[in-house]
Ligand binder design. Sequence first.
Ligand code: DGY
Length: 369
Amino acid sequence: MNSKFELTLSISCPPAPPSPLPPHLPCPPISPTPLSPYLPYLPKMSPFKVFVTRHLPADLDPLHQIATVEIWPERQPPPYGSLLEKVKGIDGLLCLLTDRIDHHLIEVGVQLKVVSQMAVGYDNIDIPAATARRLPVGHTPGVLTNATADLTWALLMAAARRVVEADQYTRSGQWTTWRPDLLLGPDVTAATLGIVGLGRIGQAVARRARGFDMKILYTSRHPCHPELEASLGAEFVGLDRLLQTSDFVTIHTPLSKETDHLFSTPQFEQMKSTAILINTARGPIVDPDALYNALTKGQIAGAALDVTDPEPIPMDSSLLTLSNLIVTPHIGSASRQARGRMARMAIANLVAGLKGDRLPNCVNPEVYQ
Ligand code: DGY
């Protein structure tokens, strides 16, 4: 054996090969057959580099197989400056709704082949900028629909029946007797529910409302198919009528220029003084100052928010002083199963984008035209 071969072998030989060779034996001579058991142990060439902005509740194996993966190790999101640094020289980015993926970041990520967001909403991403440079953006629709509708229902019931106030009342030792007028709220059964945005989640909320014999009104950009309306027992109305007649109003529309502060003083002024507002969509759809006024002036009876503007809600927000408001920390999709499905879907989108395949769930399919 010549010395050049020996040198090569000593460098590339893996540390602890399994059978057929006992560990103490030297590396075998170079030939395709004896070397073959070693091949899986040779370092893999990962053609792609990806950055994942948080630990995900899913197996990253499909990603590790084709890419070198860096995961942001903190519980808090990477600051924008760090994200800008990371995005230089990566092929794929897996991000969350807390990451600002703006025009500049997309420009800096010259090598990016795909951006995959683990969320159904994508208002944190400049989609026109991504589309302009034919960068596909993935998201995770469908898999969190029921989880989000469930939380909407939990908030609706909790606000109506004052569950959070009742718990605090009990823990603070105020429960001294049963009282006919204690912590009264409105009936949910047979009340009128107004749904703003009848997409997947809005429809899932409507299906739950049917079980409570509710009258269901909805508004959206266009009326939906008559068959769908009939199956949900939902009636299309304008926003004004929905606000004026609903006992509960629940928001399920994406955040856009049109829906930013869609709920402000003029809308609260139209609502019933007994009405309850629920928002599990995006915080900026509701103007927080107008909501504070509406709740303190008795324009509406109560509200429950899973999303706020800004997020997280500042601890000194005047809203947090109100007992007729419930706030949860953006947990609409927070069932273990839904979060697992979202992570797997985001990984599948990322892998497809790296390989140059069409993303299974693409926000901007125009990039493929
Ligand atoms: C989403 O997916 O857009 C939710 O807000 C978080 O699950």
